[in-house]
Design a binder for this molecule. Structure first.
Ligand code: DAS
Length: 428
C-alpha cells in the first residue's frame, strides 16, 4: 500500500523501523513526514522512509443512521440534555488533528451508549454551540431559560448541561442564582479530552452525571472526576466550585465547602444535606447585567482602572483583594481610597472578594481594612470572586433586587456563603 495515498482520517497500522503504530492518519504540512494520531490521543510525525509497511484498519467512525431513534427503556427515569459546546461536545478532526464540534448531539450517545443503561435521554436541546470562553451573561440567560422549561416538564426527572470547562463555574453560579424553587436535579458536566478519544474523561463524567440527574437532589451541581483516575466523581455545589487546573480530569475543586456527594455510575452518596425533589414550579430570574467587571488587584496597580470602568458606564465592580481584604492605600503612591470613594459616590457598587480563593475576608483585622470598609465597599466574606462577579451581574440586572444591592449581595441565596469553613475544606 502506497503510504502517500493514505487519506486523512484513515485508521492504519504502520510497521516502521522503530516499531508498530496503530493510528489515524492526519493532514500533514510536510509530504515527507506522515502525521498520525496515536490511540493515546497524542500526535506524532514519522518520516516516510522509516515506514516499512502499511495496513488499513477497520474504520472506527460509526456509520451514522440519520435520526436513529434513541433507545428508551420504560424501567428507567427520563433525563434531558442541554448541549452548549466545549470539548465534551467535540470530536477529532482527522484532517487537522484539532477538535471540532459534534455535528449532532446524538453522537454523544453513540460514543457513550452506557449512558442509556442509567437513564433515558428523552430530550436534547442545543441553545448554542460555543467554546465557553466565548460565552457571556446573555448565554447564561439562554441556558437558564432552556433548563427552566425542562424543570417544568413533568416527563423529565433531571437535566444534564454539557459545557466547556473554561468558564463552567461561572455558568454553575449563574444557574444557582437564576433557577428559583428548583424542583429537580440540574447537573453541569464537561470533559478535558474530546469525547471520541478512548481516554476521554467524558465517559465517567456523563455516567455519574446521569446518576446525579436521576437522584432526588434538586440542586445545581457540577459533576466531574474527583481524582485523575477513572474511579468516581464528586457533585459540587454550583456556587462553591472553581476550575483549578488547566488539564487534569479532576480540575474542578470545591472551594470553602465539601462536595455535596460522591458519585459512581451505580451510586449517589450524599455527604451533605441537600434540597430534595419537589413539585414546585421552578422560576427563572436571569436578567444579568453586562455592566459589571472583575478586577484582580496586584502590587502597584493603578487605581485609574476604577475610573476607566466608571467612564464606560459600569454599574458594578468586584475587586479580588489581597489577604483579608486589602488594596494599596495611603502608605503608597497608588492610593485606591479616593478612587473608590468617587466611584461609589457616582453610584457604582464595589465589592471585595478574596484573591486567596480559600478562606474568608476580615476587613476589621487591619486598619487598612477598616479604612476601606468605611468607603462603602461590600465585603463578600468567603464568596469566590467569579461567583461574586456573576452574583453582582444578577442583582444589578434585576429591577427589584437592584433597588437594594448591598442587602441582596449579602443575602445567602444559593449557599454562596459558607456558615463555617472546615480545616479539611482547604485544597481538599
Ligand atoms: N475551550 C474550552 C471550553 O470551551 C474547551 C473545554 O475545556 O471544554 O471551555
Amino acid at each position: 500500500m502506497e503510504i502517500k495515498s493514505l487519506k486523512p482520517g484513515t485508521n492504519a497500522k504502520l510497521h516502521t523501523k522503530t516499531g508498530d503504530f496503530e493510528c489515524v492518519i492526519l493532514e500533514s504540512p510536510n509530504p515527507e513526514i506522515i502525521l498520525v494520531k496515536l490511540n493515546s490521543g497524542y500526535n506524532i510525525g514519522i518520516r516516510q522512509e522509516d515506514i516499512l509497511d502499511v495496513k488499513i484498519m477497520k474504520g472506527k467512525e460509526s456509520k451514522k443512521e440519520k435520526n436513529k431513534p434513541i433507545k428508551q427503556n420504560k424501567n428507567l427515569k427520563n433525563i434531558a440534555l442541554v448541549v452548549t459546546g466545549g470539548t465534551i461536545s467535540s470530536k477529532l478532526d482527522y484532517k487537522t488533528g484539532a477538535v471540532k464540534w459534534l455535528t449532532d448531539p446524538e453522537e454523544l450517545l453513540e460514543f457513550y451508549p452506557e449512558l442509556l443503561e442509567i437513564a433515558n435521554v428523552k430530550k436534547i436541546t442545543v441553545p448554542f454551540m460555543k467554546a465557553s470562553e466565548n460565552m457571556d451573561y446573555k448565554d447564561w440567560k439562554l441556558i437558564a431559560e432552556s433548563v427552566g422549561k425542562l424543570c417544568n416538564d413533568s416527563s423529565i426527572d433531571g437535566i444534564i448541561v454539557t459545557h466547556g470547562t473554561d468558564t463552567l463555574h461561572y455558568t454553575a453560579s449563574a444557574l444557582s442564582f437564576a433557577l428559583k424553587n428548583l424542583n429537580k436535579p440540574v447537573v453541569l458536566t464537561y470533559s478535558q479530552r474530546s469525547s471520541d478519544r478512548a481516554s476521554s474523561d467524558a465517559r465517567l463524567n456523563l455516567m455519574c452525571s446521569a446518576r446525579a440527574a436521576i437522584s432526588d437532589a434538586a440542586e445545581v451541581m457540577l459533576v466531574g472526576h474527583a481524582s485523575i483516575n477513572d474511579d468516581f466523581c464528586y457533585a459540587l455545589l454550583g456556587t462553591k466550585v472553581r476550575k483549578m487546573h488547566t488539564s487534569r480530569r479532576d480540575t474542578f475543586r470545591p472551594i470553602n465547602a465539601e462536595p455535596l456527594a460522591k458519585i459512581t455510575p451505580e451510586k449517589f452518596e450524599a455527604f451533605t444535606s441537600y434540597r430534595v425533589k419537589n413539585n414546585e414550579k421552578t422560576g427563572v430570574r436571569a436578567n444579568f447585567s453586562g455592566k459589571v467587571a472583575l478586577v484582580k488587584f496586584y502590587p502597584g496597580q493603578d487605581p485609574e482602572i476604577i475610573d476607566y470602568y466608571l467612564k464606560k458606564g459600569y454599574k458594578g465592580l468586584v475587586v479580588e483583594m489581597t489577604g483579608l481584604g486589602h488594596v494599596s492605600t495611603g502608605e503608597s503612591s497608588s492610593n485606591w481610597i479616593p478612587y473608590i470613594k468617587k466611584a461609589i459616590k457616582s453610584g457604582m457598587t464595589i465589592c471585595a472578594a478574596p484573591q486567596t480563593i480559600y478562606g474568608r475576608l476580615h476587613p476589621l483585622t487591619y486598619s487598612v481594612g477598616r479604612e476601606l470598609e468605611k468607603t462603602g465597599i461590600i465585603y463578600l466574606k468567603d464568596m469566590l470572586s467569579e461567583t461574586a462577579f456573576v452574583k453582582l451581574s444578577w442583582v444589578l440586572g434585576d429591577k427589584i433586587m437592584s433597588r437594594d444591592v448591598k442587602k441582596n449581595m449579602l443575602k445567602n441565596y444559593a449557599r454562596e456563603y459558607s456558615d463555617y469553613i472546615k480545616v479539611e475544606d482547604f485544597l481538599n
